[in-house]
Design a protein around this ligand. Structure first.
Ligand SMILES: Nc1nc2c(ncn2[C@@H]2O[C@H](COP(=O)(O)OP(=O)(O)O)[C@@H](O)[C@H]2O)c(=O)[nH]1
Ligand SMILES: [Mg+2]
Ligand SMILES: [Zn+2]
Length: 295
């Protein structure tokens, strides 16, 4: 048995892995039941007479990001062992803050760090994204960038020096543009992957992990860039809202859901303006979404 390797590209049963010594090899998955994704740590074996290796098993995932299926259940797994989720927004297209809140909550739910990336800072309207202050006050880190003017890219890089990160957000906010700034050969690498994995099934989305010059890694695939994350049943949504989590200890009831319970410190903070009513509404909406699907 070989040393575990990291899956850096996945397209159906095919892809590329990287060994602990940095060597890359094409792989095929034996058995249809095994579904590997970018970020997986796998054990593998050389295949006799082939220029590729065979993945034997996926090692236990530290976490996984799943897409929410139409029926509310946990759908397709998109990526595994994620350290950081960069939630990207911009003044244009008009931000849907609920989408941002949902990604931030999903990041917390899987134990990944969350970073807000506010792109298109070059636009005049970019200076007026007041909503960002709400997030900063709540304790989230935010970086302002302009992929066009190449502003803030270095700062963003320093946030991505260790571990595996994902760029997510509404379509059109500039994720591809940022990726191209962060990874100079991103486009070529993506083109190579689709060429190399022609034999892969075309029903699944290819995903690719880029190595950043600064050391970290960034997973990119059309499927992971904008999706509705599944936030699992047992998850306490409240913990995915920092400013709510920070006040929950002061509620009268330890199992307070911060809805209509008497002595709720969260509702009190909304009333006094310490918690943004819009964020609180996102919390309630997400809670309803998740509970609708609970047995
Ligand atoms: N003004 C401005 N436009 C940008 C910036 N980044 C991306 N765009 C533009 O926004 C549009 C969507 O960008 P894209 O990277 O495809 O967004 P994605 O859908 O999130 O991948 C394109 O027309 C880009 O040229 C930026 O920093 N400033
Ligand atoms: Mg894009
Ligand atoms: Zn409460």
């Amino acid at each position: 048995m070989s040393e575990p390797a990291l899956v850096v590209a996945a397209h159906g049963q095919f892809g590329w892995l990287e060994t602990s010594t940095g060597h890359r090899a094409r792989f095929v998955v034996r058995g249809r039941k095994l579904k590997v994704v970018c970020g997986d740590s796998v054990t593998w074996e050389r295949e006799e007479g082939e220029d590729r290796v065979v993945i034997e098993a996926i090692r236990r995932r530290r976490n996984a990001l799943c897409r929410l299926a139409a029926n509310g259940s946990t759908g397709e797994t998109l990526a595994a062992n994620i350290d950081r989720i960069c939630v990207t927004c911009a003044p244009e297209p008009k931000p849907d803050w609920f989408v941002v809140d949902r990604y931030l909550c999903a990041a917390h739910a899987i134990g990944a760090d969350a970073l807000l990336v506010v792109n298109k800072a070059d636009l005049p309207s970019g200076k007026r994204l007041e909503e960002i202050d709400v997030y900063c006050k709540a304790g989230y880190a935010a970086v302002a960038t302009s992929a066009i003017e190449q502003h803030g890219i270095d700062e963003l890089s320093t946030h991505l020096t260790g571990g595996i990160a994902l760029l997510v957000g509404q379509s059109g906010v500039g994720k591809s543009s940022l990726l191209n700034q962060l990874v100079p050969d991103a486009e070529a690498a993506t083109a190579n992957l689709s060429k190399a994995s022609k034999e892969g099934t075309h029903t699944t989305t290819a995903s690719l992990m880029h190595a950043l010059p600064s050391g970290g890694r960034l997973i990119d695939s059309p499927g992971v860039r904008d999706f509705v994350p599944a936030i699992g049943a047992g998850t306490t949504i409240a913990e995915g809202f920092r400013e709510i989590a920070a006040r929950a200890d002061n509620c009268r009831f330890t199992d307070c859901r911060h809805l209509q319970e008497p002595g709720c410190a969260v509702v009190r903070a909304v009333d006094t303006g310490d918690i943004s009513p819009r964020r609180y509404e996102s919390y309630r909406r997400l809670l309803r979404t998740v509970e609708r699907w609970q047995p």
